[in-house]
Design a protein around this ligand. Structure first.
Ligand SMILES: Cc1cc2nc3c(=O)[nH]c(=O)nc-3n(C[C@H](O)[C@H](O)[C@H](O)COP(=O)(O)O)c2cc1C
Length: 219
């Protein structure tokens, strides 16, 4: 009885506050849209500015459902004539990652000496390989935009990444790596361009400086 009285008092008070808010302070649709826009842009800009290249990761690969969200963000990037001139291969199989890393270590004995070295993809457990259409002159731009969409989507979900050029250069230029390149099943007319390491971050690197003098407004 006491409880139900208190509840009815509480409901009464809440209704009073709600009707007061509704009558005195109802934002217009424009105000609501503006507030949402400011909040959204703040979140998006903070996400961009907080991103760092991550080179130390926790061992577990990124959950495949989460990777699927990241990949969907990637393929929704702007791209020339909507040709979607990319081929994307996702590898989270430790046998592949460790196997190609053994080939890498044979050719780069110094890599083994670093105590933090786990694999040639900056120690990441999940790697997305991206190949470009060699018959289309804008394809590398498409592939770059695809990658940045994935990197920022990952960042927003607490997943670290590192854009990587040297491992794919190694794979395309080293005959001993051919077996692994073949496993990626890159289509005819496409060429492995770069890869992106993904994983749960195990470091918090500082921001690298940027040179704002490279920007000029032309009047
Ligand atoms: C095309 C490209 C290739 C890159 N290749 C490598 C690489 O092979 N190894 C590596 O550790 N980082 C690589 N990076 C990451 C850059 O070193 C990194 O983005 C840059 O130093 C700025 O640091 P930040 O990403 O933390 O802002 C590459 C980045 C890009 C865009």
């Amino acid at each position: 009885m006491i409880i139900s009285k208190s509840i009815s008092k509480l409901i009464g008070a809440s209704l009073c506050v709600a009707s007061l808010l509704a009558s005195c302070n109802t934002p217009t649709t424009e105000q609501t849209n503006a507030t949402v826009a400011v909040d959204t842009s703040k979140i998006v800009i903070e996400n961009i500015m907080a991103r760092r290249s991550i080179r130390q990761y926790k061992p577990q690969p990124v959950n495949r459902d989460t990777m699927q969200i990241i990949l969907n963000c990637g393929i929704n990037a702007p791209n020339g004539q909507n040709k979607q001139s990319w081929a994307i291969r996702v590898v989270d199989n430790p046998e592949f990652i460790n196997g190609i890393t053994e080939v890498f270590k044979e050719k780069n004995p110094a890599a083994k000496k670093s105590p933090s070295f786990k694999n040639m993809f900056r120690n990441a457990p999940t790697v997305v390989f991206i190949a470009n259409d060699t018959s289309y002159d804008m394809s590398q731009i498409d592939c770059g935009l695809l990658g940045e969409n994935m990197i920022l989507a990952a960042q927003s979900m607490g997943i670290g990444s590192c854009c990587l050029g040297s491992p794919t250069r190694f794979m395309t230029e080293t005959p001993e790596a051919a077996e692994y390149l073949k496993q990626l099943d890159i289509p005819e007319g496409y060429s492995l361009l770069y890869c992106i390491a993904f994983g749960y971050p195990d470091e918090t690197p500082a921001a690298k400086p940027r040179d704002a003098s490279k920007i000029k407004f032309i009047d």
